[in-house]
Design a binder for this molecule. Structure first.
Ligand SMILES: Nc1ncnc2c1ncn2[C@@H]1O[C@H](COP(=O)(O)OP(=O)(O)O)[C@@H](O)[C@H]1O
Ligand SMILES: O=C(O)C1=C[C@@H](OP(=O)(O)O)[C@@H](O)[C@H](O)C1
Ligand SMILES: [Mg+2]
Length: 213
């Protein structure tokens, strides 16, 4: 059965598309972005779909695009940041290698503040982003096998951190072991060293991940 090598989740602007493409190059696998699939299929931008049809219609289009990509794609997959709002999509992500790219609000404003292509942050981006994360943080954490903090990191450093988690091998033996990689790791150290220095999330989540969905 086909399954993506890694699925990158996280809020808009965290770098899923940027990191996803770099990661695919480094691993020599394909890259797929469901926002791109939607734009190609619809012949209009994401912002236009929001304006023309409203968010619920966009979410329906997005759900179909993400489910199709999960069934077809065996490389790096970057779904839109809101795709984890759908419970069926979260269920499909169970057991896959899912990396949650995280950032704080100031980093988010830096990366998306002046960008009008993301309709949900068009007005008062700081407030919108906080509210959005209050609603979504637990969903990102619930689907993730690893959390990689991206604050103050160049995209290539984020790629190194994702690869460090992958090289740590915890997915081979224990696919649902959620691991956090903080921004303070020594990126010149061997992958195992960075992985070993990572702070683990709660024991409760490690033992009973299904209940966090
Ligand atoms: N690690 C990074 N540091 C700084 N800027 C970044 C980083 N990753 C991405 N960006 C920039 O942030 C913006 C959003 O990145 P993008 O990859 O489109 O995010 P997403 O797909 O998660 O919405 C782009 O302008 C991109 O160049
Ligand atoms: O988080 C969201 O609700 C959205 C994220 C966007 O994709 P990125 O996460 O790639 O920016 C895009 O799908 C749309 O603007 C809605
Ligand atoms: Mg994107």
């Amino acid at each position: 059965m086909t399954a993506p090598t890694i699925v990158l989740v996280g809020p808009m602007g965290v770098g899923k598309s940027t990191v996803g493409q770099l990661l695919a190059e480094r691993l020599g696998v394909g890259y797929r972005d469901t926002d791109d699939d939607i734009v190609a299929a619809e012949g209009r931008s994401i912002a236009e779909i929001f304006v023309d049809e409203g968010e619920p219609v966009f979410r329906g289009i997005e759900k179909r695009a993400v489910h199709k990509a999960l069934a077809e794609h065996d490389g790096i997959l970057a779904p839109g940041g809101g795709s984890i709002l759908d419970a069926d999509t979260r269920a499909l992500l169970a057991g896959l290698r899912v990396v949650y790219l995280s950032m704080d609000v100031e980093e988010a404003v830096k990366r998306t503040g002046l960008n009008t292509g993301r309709p949900l942050l068009a007005v008062n981006p700081r407030k919108q982003w906080r509210e959005l994360m209050e609603a979504r943080r637990h969903l990102y954490e619930g689907v993730a096998t690893a959390v990689v903090a991206t604050d103050g990191c160049a995209a290539c450093q984020v790629v190194d951190r994702v690869l460090a988690v992958l090289a740590g091998g915890q997915w081979t033996n224990s696919p649902r072991k959620l691991q956090r990689v903080e921004g303070t790791g020594d990126l010149s150290a061997p992958a195992g060293a960075l992985t070993c220095g990572a702070a683990m999330l709660s024991e409760d989540r490690l033992q009973r991940p299904e209940e966090n969905r």
